[in-house]
Design a protein around this ligand. Sequence first.
Ligand code: NAD
Length: 483
Amino acid sequence: MEKIPLYIDNQDNKGSGKSFKNYNPATGEVIHEVSGTSPDDFEKAIHSAKQGFKVWSAKSPTERGRILQKASQLLRARNDELAQIEVMDAGKPIREALEVDVTSGADCLEYYAGIAASLHGDHIDLGGDFAYTRREPLGICAGIGAWNYPLQIACWKAAPALACGNVMIFKPAEVTPLSAYKLAKIFTEAGLPDGVFNVVQGDAEVGQMMTKHPAIAKVSITGEVDTGKKVMAASAATLKHVTLELGGKSPIVIFEDADLDEAVHGVMLGNFYTQGEICSNGTRVFVHASVKEDFLDKLIQRTRALKVGDPSDPDTHVGALISKDHFEKVMQYIALGQEQGAELACGGKQVEVKGCEGGYFIEPTIFIAPEDNLRIVKEEIFGPVMTVLTFTEEEEVLQRANNTPFGLAAGVFTRDLRRAHRMVAGLEAGMCWINTFNINPVEIPFGGYKQSGIGRENGLAAIEHYTQLKTVYVAMDKMVNPF
Ligand code: NAD
């Protein structure tokens, strides 16, 4: 069985921490052994990153961009191979992985490769004297990934960090260790100097090595809200910069004048893609009472037609949940929804998949909830479980949509232009969609309001989070002596 090593200084590193197993969620079988990271290994990664920073930060931005561009081309050329890795590691359907997972990572590298050379400071005229700002890298950044989009998350963190002249030590989620390692090897092939992108493997314990280490200037994590809080608290001891991309319980509001077919499409995309394991999912679906029946008829009919199955089968729409624990958590929420009085309108059961007997499959599930106070309406489930609620007034639905500590995303379906913009202005969410859902091209900033996060990934906004401004005052005349 192949053992996944750490990757330090552009080389495999066996690691001296406790190794662990990596499972295929579709079969429950062990697919790899993974090297663990000991404190000594982590020190090696830090030492390597320090050397890497000297070399990388001194390169011209154009040169940095060229290497990132090359890495993006290599990712695209290996799309199918990498997509298969994501399927095996994360249980997601191959039809998604072939289209989205690798290309969105490649897009991100390409985007930041393109803007690396145009990053600059400002000149500020002070009437004789002047000042200028230098946009400088932060230093060694730690990237900590979640398991739902392992390769995409690694690219979303590495690309802006590296474009700005930082180096990164990346830790993928312990259940999806493989693609970050493959990405590191691709970076090496693209010409990235030693120590610029190191990969360590392990769980929260290794994550804590990152948040505690004084040599790390910034931590960017994608994960749960509670994890984000721990990361921020640990980072506070050395005042590290943080970017927190956390969970959500996002609303989708469907008004009576919406194109219902489009709304059904958006709601399915926003709940069942990647088995519902997407942070920005619109799991609270508010439908205007006057169109509720029509909407539900269409939604249930189309949801029943989805094929839950072997993720490597190109016909499969809904793959396997990431792990036994997570499967059990989602099933418990489904039971809880029924206990608390929600109507199970579709799905809700485990699915046995031929050839994938040990896998963790759940039917796409639709609840109709009588009120907003149920736990399935309030808590992030992170599985293929949607709740439909009814409303009648715009003001009322806006208040209910915002009545959550989360604030990652929101969607509005309506043909009324003014209402659409009025609604999104009032929604407390970092990412809002009008008449679509869950579309996240790299050009636009992404991140949460309230407890869904701090900072932004993607777009020009991410540059702010991977650089610091140095202001330089230049005196052109003799100093005035006040003494
Ligand atoms: P998680 O919080 O359990 O783990 C995330 C990562 O943090 C893992 O690599 C884990 O090893 C590490 N970690 C855990 N405890 C840590 C600690 N104390 N210090 C440092 N690192 C620690 O999340 P998960 O189960 O991997 O992912 C699912 C969650 O991620 C969901 O809540 C989902 O909404 C969120 N998510 C958010 C986004 C976004 O962009 N906002 C995207 C994808 C997933």
